[in-house]
Design a protein around this ligand. Structure first.
Ligand code: GAP
Length: 511
């Protein structure tokens, strides 16, 4: 655990030192759970957005993208259920004065039991070596079976109390599980209360005419209210999707863990409208498609897992998360929800307008069902940054910190470095940049020794470093160094564009 916390701290400090992420309004001591993306962070974030947009919109001819307003008519949030039901159950520890989400305390408790099971299995592997039959072991070992049963019992009770909004029951479950506050170590808990996560403000300048409006807590509703606008103006035929990237705001109770849980964050959401009854087919399709999208980044297939929701949101008939192995452990990265026709029907009811589709093949009007994919951009950023951050000991015993960011997402694609600041080498380096800069973000770097410059580029994840030396002036060749292998080869300047493109083009991820 301590090691994991150290890893997160290291990533946070690296992100700040190299201009990826800064605490927001830091000169005023920052603002909790709010962060600013710096010069390199914005590039990485834009590249992640572009990867998502291209894969969703550009690669699917039946998906289009929109950009709806953050402010929406307040009735939107009545219709969507957020005014009444977008709550988190919270509980305070009276000794540490720390506040927690009750459901998260229970999830973490179950995760600890799961770890015990895995430790038991590990012991079995050590004890029995090659003869170990894991399947048999899991099915018969009394400690494993006891813990599996324990998790199931907690899950069942948790589902029941959360679904019936039985806050006393949630409290009792926390007490029965003997969950202690991680800070004070005590079980001195307050009762459990509900807390609405929406931020509100007022619109209108004339006193009395002001109305409460909300900062959107998800981008999805901007898609639902535009369903017919897009369908009609784009002549879209079901099944089709509407995608959107944008800010969302939630007054999170427990906002820790860097950019993982923020009060202002960005979502990349897609609502896929389909025929009623076909939603489970599309739910499975999107689970697989989104899983492939993540894995194509090469951060390690075993870094992801699916987690089915215990308590379904008020709008869903099936839901799961794609979890990622963050420095804090496996946590939600993306949600995939089968939202039925809940949202469109609610908007029909509250607006009094029909939100239906005429299906020419069925010769029938209906309210489409929706499968949603929703991934947090900031969480994607943290996943990429934390999985890419490595401290390596090299063959000669020296050390380097490298960000092995997938090349297509890296902020700078290439650094061009004159060996010295004289003899026309800087001019030649700039000439090379002039040939590359229309397609790739390039950095010119002439300060310090070449070794130090390489280390700097490693630390910001630049896939290629090109060095211009005296030989360049004679025969138009340069050395190109690969960030990951650190190999250097001499190539013609004329080949640079192709060599770089082969590795950094977004196509490498999209095919
Ligand atoms: N429209 C559905 C929806 O909003 P969600 O599971 O509440 O579903 C979707 O959120 C994704 O948004 C999450 O999987 C997560 O990646 C991201 N997200 C949610 N709350 C967040 C927060 N406070 N900070 C950063 N990302 C967040």
């Amino acid at each position: 655990m301590e090691q994991k916390e150290d890893k997160l701290k290291e990533v946070i400090s690296h992100a700040k030192e190299y201009g990826f992420v800064f605490p927001s309004s830091e000169i005023y001591d920052g603002l909790a759970a709010t962060y600013d993306y710096g010069q390199l962070g914005s590039e990485l974030k834009n590249n992640i957005k572009s990867y998502w947009w291209k894969s969703m919109v550009q690669m699917h001819e039946n998906i289009v993208g929109i950009d709806s307003a953050i402010f929406m008519h307040p009735t939107t949030w009545k219709a969507s259920g957020h005014v009444d039901a977008f709550n988190d159950p919270l509980i305070d520890n009276k000794d540490s004065k720390k506040r927690y989400r009750a459901d998260v305390l229970l999830e973490e408790h179950m995760e600890k039991i799961r770890l015990k099971i895995e430790k038991e299995v590990e012991k079995g592997v050590k004890r029995f070596g090659d003869d170990f039959d894991e399947h048999q072991f899991r099915a018969t070992n009394p400690n494993v079976l006891r813990n599996v049963e324990k998790i199931k019992e907690i899950e069942d009770r948790m589902r029941a109390v959360l679904e019936s909004n039985d806050l006393e029951g949630v409290y009792q479950l926390i007490m029965d599980c003997e969950i202690v506050c991680p800070i004070s170590g005590s079980r001195n808990w307050t009762e459990v209360r509900q807390f609405n996560l929406m931020f509100s403000t007022e619109i209108g300048s004339v006193a009395g005419e002001a109305a409460t409006i909300y900062l959107r807590p998800e981008t999805a509703q901007g898609i639902f209210v535009n369903f017919l606008n897009v369908q009609k103006s784009g002549r879209m035929k079901i099944p089709f999707g509407i995608a959107q990237i944008g800010k969302a705001f939630r007054n999170e109770i427990v906002a820790r863990q860097f950019i993982f849980r923020m009060r202002e964050f960005e979502q990349m959401e897609m609502q896929f409208f389909c025929r009623p009854g076909e939603e489970m087919k599309w739910y499975e399709y999107w689970k697989e498609t989104r899983s492939k999208w993540h894995k194509a980044l090469g951060l390690g297939d075993n870094q992801y897992r699916f987690h089915d929701h215990i308590k379904l949101a008020h709008y869903a008939n099936a839901a799961c998360d794609i979890e990622f192995n963050f420095p804090m452990g496996f946590k939600e990265l993306e949600g995939i929800h089968s939202r039925t026709d809940f949202d469109l029907k609610q908007h029909e009811q509250f607006s009094g307008k029909k939100l239906q589709y005429f299906d020419p093949e069925l010769n029938q009007n209906y309210v489409p069902f929706v499968v949603e994919t929703s991934v947090g951009l900031d969480r994607m950023f943290l996943a990429v940054l934390s999985a890419s951050h490595k401290n390596e000991v090299l063959e000669d015993g020296s050390e380097r910190t490298v960000l092995s960011i997938p090349a297509a997402l890296a902020p700078y694609k290439v650094a061009v470095m004159p060996l010295t600041k004289k003899d026309g080498l800087p001019e030649k380096a700039r000439e090379i940049i002039d040939g590359l800069k229309f397609d790739f973000l390039c950095q010119y770097d002439e300060k310090d020794s070449i070794g130090k410059r390489y280390r700097r580029q490693d630390a910001i994840g630049t896939p290629f470093s090109v060095t211009v030396d005296h030989e360049t002036l004679e025969n138009n060749t340069v050395t190109i160094r690969d960030r990951d292998t650190m190999e250097q080869v001499r190539v013609n300047i004329a080949d640079l564009h192709r060599l770089i493109d082969e590795k950094v083009n977004m196509k490498t991820l999209l095919v």
